[in-house]
Ligand binder design. Structure first.
Ligand code: ZN
Length: 177
């Protein structure tokens, strides 16, 4: 049975550490962690979650994008574990878009990100994979990848004026749809 994990909140030292490479992908502890991350991110209405967000300083995150109350226009994908990722190339084109973070509740901010990223990672079956992610998924990938290096999205904003409360964000989305 998958477990609901406690989510580390901004200020927890684990969110500021560089996470360690995952060696034993086949270990039950790693496979269980992946299942628990998927369970937890769905329960929290997230679209991605990184291991440091559940107090595990490991280079591993889950992409679990689907439309939910926090991200109404998210594309639906099968939950995917991304282990020991590397970013091989990025598009020159940058897009500014709204982000939030399960470790920083109550606010959203506009963050510039590369529109497209070419990446390499290991799957939960231990296979090496090269992939290209665009737009929303590229944004989620870059956000989660940052968590593995002790970076949070607020470190990437251009101005503190780009931060708004979740309540104002909801109003903004209502008015824009
Ligand atoms: Zn986050």
């Amino acid at each position: 049975m998958s477990k609901l994990l406690e989510i580390s909140q901004l200020g927890a030292p684990v969110l500021r550490k560089k996470a360690r490479f995952v060696k034993n992908i086949n270990d039950k502890s790693i496979q269980d962690l992946i299942d628990d991350l998927i369970f937890t991110v769905k329960k929290a209405d997230g679209v991605g979650i990184a291991a440091p967000q559940v107090f595990e300083s490991k280079r591993l995150f889950v992409l679990a994008s689907e439309p939910n109350v926090r991200y109404k226009k998210a594309p639906k994908i099968k939950p995917t574990a991304i282990i020991n990722p590397e970013i091989l190339a990025v598009s020159e084109e940058i897009e500014r878009g709204w982000e939030g973070c399960l470790s920083i509740p109550g606010i959203r901010a506009v963050v510039p990100r590369h529109l497209s990223v070419k990446v390499k990672y290991t799957t939960r079956d231990g296979k090496k994979k090269v992939d290209i992610f665009d737009e929303f998924l590229a944004r989620v990938f870059q956000h989660e990848f940052d968590h593995l290096n002790g970076i949070v999205y607020l470190d990437r904003i251009e101005s503190t004026k780009d931060i708004i409360t979740e309540k104002e964000f909801d109003k903004l989305m209502k008015n824009n749809s």
